[in-house]
Ligand binder design. Structure first.
Ligand code: TXA
Ligand code: MG
Length: 326
């Protein structure tokens, strides 16, 4: 069931449902989340069941403001505090030491917990209304079945889960790919998942350089090699390779979609082409919707031109690489 997220009565109804331990999907500035109260393990368990997500994969807990982090964190390191100060509300998740008696299910049993305060008026209104009913935080992974493309509209969420799920509609998500995740629980902060916050901005706010994930870094399903996968097979190709491949392609073109910055010329007439925007913000905003559109059109194969090398493309490149690894 889709309700208008700008309607205060709808927000109250959704908050009531969260307080009662039920699931609610809601918009954030990154992607839509599938939420349940994080201070109730039985409620949180419903998320794993509905998504088909293994229970060991931790979820992000959404809090209404920076002070709300205290309900789930054992303590905040100075780096975590600086990042929260700089970027909340916004598309940044910090992994911190977990308060031992809170959020065990959301954390997948780990001693750390992922926390984020989203910058979206509907998410904010919902978290606030839920807090007035005693809800300390809302665990919410992206509102898609496990391993699939994250939803960036309410219609995507209903496509994933059917109409019996309450979805607050807040329009298309502004950013379009998931938050940047920084693990602040170790000796040095580590970027576990790139998003649309520039790495240099995160480092400037943290006051230290970000380390790279290692084999010992915490498990993060969004960092599994194969993730964000559409039904179609995705091939990511350097510009020159894509050009050559398009010159030699035959009747297979009828089953092929191309997502590239330049428009291929002189290729098979049946070929479906979408132009990848020149700006990374625009590419991120539309990426998951484009993959879903190709799926809906029944296209089995997508050739994607590798994004430019700059760090501002890290988030988009990461999602494309994982879609291609499936
Ligand atoms: O933008 C976002 O972050 C969206 C919106 C809804 O807020 N949420 C999202 O959640 O992407 P999800 O569950 O699809 O991805 C959360 C990622 C997962 O890869 C999870 O494993 C990781 O965060 N994560 C959460 N808590 C963690 C922890 N304690 N240690 C390591 N990774 C953690
Ligand atoms: Mg996800």
């Amino acid at each position: 069931m889709r309700l208008d997220g700008r309607d205060p009565a709808a927000v109250e109804q959704a908050a009531e449902q969260l307080a009662a331990g039920e699931l609610v999907a809601f918009p954030t500035e990154t992607v839509y989340g599938l939420g349940a109260r994080a201070d109730d393990d039985a409620a949180t368990a419903k998320i794993f069941a509905r998504k088909g997500r293994p229970t060991g994969h931790p979820l992000i807990v959404h809090v209404p403001d920076a002070a709300g982090a205290g309900a789930f964190a054992a303590h905040l390191s100075p780096v975590a505090e600086r990042l929260i100060d700089a970027f909340w509300p916004g598309p940044l998740t910090v992994i911190v030491a977990r308060a031992p008696d809170r959020g065990a299910a959301a954390a997948g049993g780990q001693s750390t917990i992922g926390l984020r305060c989203p910058a979206h008026p509907v998410a904010h209104a919902l978290l606030d209304a839920a807090r007035r009913r005693g809800v300390l935080g809302v665990a919410a992974p992206s509102a898609n079945r496990f391993g699939r493309v994250s939803p960036t509209t309410a219609a995507h969420v209903l496509d994933e889960f059917g109409d019996d799920l309450l979805v607050l509609d807040g329009g298309a998500c502004r950013i379009g790919i998931e938050s940047s995740i920084v693990d602040c629980s170790g000796a040095e902060p580590v970027l576990l998942r790139p998003g649309m916050l520039a790495r240099e901005r995160i480092e400037a706010a943290a006051g230290v350089a970000l380390g790279e994930p290692t084999a010992a870094s915490p498990r993060a399903s969004g960092t599994l090699e194969a993730h964000y996968a559409p039904d179609a097979k995705v091939r990511l190709m350097p510009t020159a390779m894509l050009k050559t491949a398009l010159q030699v392609i035959g009747p297979e073109a009828l089953k092929l979609a191309v997502y590239s910055r330049s428009i291929p010329s002189g290729v098979a007439p049946g070929l479906v082409h979408r132009r990848m925007p020149a700006r990374p913000e625009q590419a991120a905003h539309e990426l998951f919707g484009v993959l879903r559109e190709f799926d809906r059109a029944g296209i089995p194969l997508i050739w994607v031109e590798e994004p430019p090398p700059g760090p501002e493309w890290d988030g988009v490149r990461d999602r494309l690489r994982r879609a291609a690894a499936a």
